[in-house]
Design a protein around this ligand. Sequence first.
Ligand SMILES: [Zn+2]
Length: 399
Amino acid sequence: MHTSSRSNRPTTGTNLEHARLHNRRVVLEAIRQAGRLTRADLTRLTSLTAQTISNIVAELVAESMLTTHAPEKTARGQPPIPLSINPDGGFSVGFHVEQHQVLAVLLDLKGSTRGRRVHAVSYPSFADALPLLAGTVETFRANLPPDRLLGIGIALPGPFGVEGMSAVGPTSMPGWDDAASLARLRELTRLPVLLENDATAAAMGERLYGVAGGLRDFAYLFFGHGLGAGFYLDNRLYSGHWRNAGEIGHVIAVPDGKPCYCGKRGCLERYVSGASLLEHLGIGVDQNLIDVDIADPRHAAGIERWLAEAVPALRHAVNVLESLLDPETVLVGGTLFDDILRRLIDAAFPLHPSVSARADRGHERLRLGTAGPDCVALGAAALVVLAELSPDYQALLKA
Ligand SMILES: [Zn+2]
């Protein structure tokens, strides 16, 4: 009898621990969404018992995750005490890794940016970048109370771990899904690390900090050096089984078109991407587009040539996204200049007829995102915070 109950103990313990962590997130998520709630509100909203709420709240207040406010005035009985998320209760670091730049942001528990660093790089491997990433985390950590960093989110161009595809071409970042480097970064920083593709992180950035604030279903076309799509569907991110959902850059847009690094011909990103623009400007595709003076009159003809090729390919991409997903809108953003993206979007209208051509729309079918240049890093950092605060995202940080 004793033996059997002892042998059952680890399983039972794991389940209880899982339930405890889940309930913590249910409480935090309810407060995050509402702004301020009392214990009575939480009991009503979460269907947890008053005792469970009381225990969880006591724990979260002791950990500084929650702040208590002055009691509300009531006619009789014990006045209810409103609770809110304490912005200083936890922090996360988000990295946006690109071919020529690593941008880092420090986010607090309420989602405000509390630090920012930019480093110039040149096609870094994960192993090469380890000291830079770990060093940036330590710089942020030095200015925080002890044990307040929740984790690290890294967003970078995909695809991840695809045979024969991720290791070629100037639009990819080979080796960044390397398990040994990930483990090494966890070891160096003693923090959980999550990896996400840039377009998916950008979709989250746009949902939290941009024009997608109230949207439940949208696609995000991300212009980096290459082209990717992020999906926010049914009010949550969808990144695919291997985090490769939305690798739309290698969908064939022009049969028998330009040869692509992936081995096919006529891929979308050969026409619609930062690299394809560089090509039309007569600049090496391994160069940094940010260094190009796009207003220079010498580039005008090249931009026109690029637009002439990019517009039909973009219309095709929008048609595919609308037909597959029935989204409220398709957003466009990324590290390509906003002026260029705006010209591209304007020129793409009229779009192809699709299920999205309807009168009762709240947004244009295709529009520019507004979350700004930190969108991807903010999205990556926010995913770490959400993994801590929300039951929907808790699986993200599993090491
Ligand atoms: Zn391709």
